[in-house]
Design a protein around this ligand. Structure first.
Ligand SMILES: [Zn+2]
Length: 108
């Protein structure tokens, strides 16, 4: 399946420290939806910065016409007792105050 620009829809993605607006494919949207009326940034994982149009930081109490700052590290760590391997941990942070907008974990 190929995705082109027209398939991308801008969605509001909630995080613990604010929210962001990003263009998502239908597949990513399904992944972020846990059966509730909101989409969560933490369930999406890593999106490239150019997908974001703006974000809101709770600490700054302001919206910025920019993407949040994304940082991540690759791991190979097993969740104790669960047999699940975490392959990546990442954070979306505010560019101004460094507040964490959302954290995500990617599993193998
Ligand atoms: Zn901030």
């Amino acid at each position: 399946m190929t995705q082109n620009e027209e398939d991308l829809e801008e969605k509001k993605l909630l995080g613990s420290g604010g929210f962001a607006f990003a263009k998502l494919t239908e597949e990513e949207e399904i992944k972020a939806n846990l059966g509730v009326p909101h989409l969560f940034l933490g369930n999406i994982g890593r999106l490239s910065e150019d997908r974001f149009s703006r974000y809101y930081c709770k600490v700054c109490a302001k919206e910025f016409a920019d993407s949040p700052l994304i940082s991540y590290e690759n791991l190979n760590e097993e969740l104790p007792g669960e047999g699940i391997i975490i392959s990546e941990v990442g954070e979306y942070r505010c560019r101004v105050c460094n507040n964490i907008i959302a954290i995500y974990r990617k599993f193998k």
